[in-house]
Design a protein around this ligand. Structure first.
Ligand SMILES: *Cc1c(COP(=O)(O)O)cnc(C)c1O
Length: 391
């Protein structure tokens, strides 16, 4: 059988090996040693933010974001349902809060119309805060996930957050590098993750750059970023006496991970160019063929430069069920997968309300994610294309 083509794997080379060797030979392999600060500064510089806070995972960064944002037991948070479960649990159940779920628009990101309708019709202000009329809970925050490297409709979502006094949390774990361009008006030049109150990134092995496992956050409130850093380091207020002024966590990134991150960050723009080249190859060969579509990203012409992290083959018109497509490709050594099961249908959320689900249900049923590693060669991409067309 021909070589196995995985869905999404790391792209490490000589630079990652050299930088990590620096950490190993210096002996600074744990959470001290200076490279974490270097990585935080490089990342902040890339994003045009004053400060970034590194963490040991994107999930940890999201938990820290929810803590820094002051989400409390009994609060409700408005979240998308078409996403990875780690977008939801760390900012809701970890904090004793409950999610209210929403479907998506054609960017696959949370649908601003459904969110706005909910806030206008089902909620009311009391003393400047928004409350859910049915449950009586405070609606504390709105979370947007920039799905698969696309950009959510930030002008609308920022407006909704402002009108309804909601903290805006951005899960940009899949969208490092996605930004508004010069055509975008007021948000020109802004990166996914930097427009809300607080935003999170992931450097898990399948993301566009990776530190093996890792994450980071940025905030538009300097004190929130500092608080998140403090919480990520066991909330130690006296280094010698081991005094802790609140309940903290060990969510630190290691020096070795930071070295990998520094190497990967230098290659991010190269990776985004490869993502576009392979995406264009899939579009040219598959979009419109035999009823198939390759779902579009919001493009430059509409004021966005997406990182195109994950590619979505939309199979509604193809005549072969999603899971059969996946199984038959797997048998030929090609790994694909369905989009996530909707979070509101997961075991822990049977009682949580969900609104505006029509598109999310449809995309859930028909999307197959295609191999998208940045080390996927043009020839291997062609093999995936031929295998799909031969089904
Ligand atoms: C990857 C991911 C996370 C979590 O990041 P980890 O680094 O794996 O903890 C959260 N939300 C979304 C949407 C993700 O894709």
């Amino acid at each position: 059988m021909a070589d196995f083509i995985p869905l999404s794997v790391p792209n490490f080379g000589a630079r990652e090996a050299a930088y990590a060797a620096e950490a190993i030979t210096s002996g600074w392999v744990s959470t001290s040693g200076g490279k974490v600060t270097d990585f935080e500064q490089q990342l902040a510089g890339y994003l045009g933010m004053p400060r970034a806070v590194a963490a040991n995972a994107g999930s940890s960064a999201l938990h820290l974001a929810g803590l820094a944002a002051g989400i409390r037991r009994g609060d409700e948070v408005l979240v998308p349902t078409l996403t990875f479960i780690a977008a939801v649990n760390p900012i809701t159940r970890y904090l004793g809060a409950e999610p209210v779920f929403f479907g998506c628009d054609d960017t696959l990101c949370i649908d601003p119309d459904a969110v706005e309708r909910f806030c206008a019709e089902q909620c009311a202000f009391r003393a400047g805060k928004l409350y859910n009329k049915k449950t009586g809970a405070r609606v504390a925050a709105l979370e947007v996930v920039h799905v698969f490297g696309n950009m959510a409709n930030m002008p609308r979502l920022l407006e909704i957050a402002k009108t309804y006094h909601l903290t805006l949390i951005e899960d940009a774990t899949e969208s490092l590098g996605t930004h508004y361009t010069q055509n975008a008006g007021a948000l020109a030049g802004k990166y996914a993750g930097t427009m809300g109150d607080i935003g999170c990134y992931s450097f898990n092995g399948n993301k566009i750059i990776t530190t093996g496992a890792g994450g980071a956050l940025v905030a538009n409130h300097a004190d929130w970023a500092e608080h998140a850093k403090h919480l990520s380091t066991q909330a130690k207020s006296d280094l010698l006496q081991f005094l802790h002024d609140e309940v903290g966590y060990n969510y630190r990134m290691t020096n070795v991970q930071a070295c990998l991150g520094l190497a990967q960050l230098e290659r991010l723009e190269e990776f985004i160019a490869i993502k576009k080249a392979r995406y264009d190859q899939y579009v040219a060969a598959l979009d419109g063929k035999r009823g198939l579509r390759i779902l579009p990203f919001v493009e430059e012409s509409a004021g966005v430069r997406p990182n195109r992290w994950f590619y979505s083959l939309y199979t509604k018109g193809f005549g072969i069920p999603r899971d059969e497509i996946i199984a038959r490709l797997q048998a030929q050594g090609i790994q694909t997968r369905p989009v996530w099961a909707l979070v509101h249908e997961q075991a822990d959320y049977p009682k949580n309300a969900a609104y505006g689900l029509e598109k999310a249900l449809d995309y859930r049923k028909y999307i197959v994610n295609l191999p998208c590693s940045t080390n996927l060669s043009e020839a291997d991409c062609a093999r995936v294309i031929d295998a799909v067309l031969a089904l």
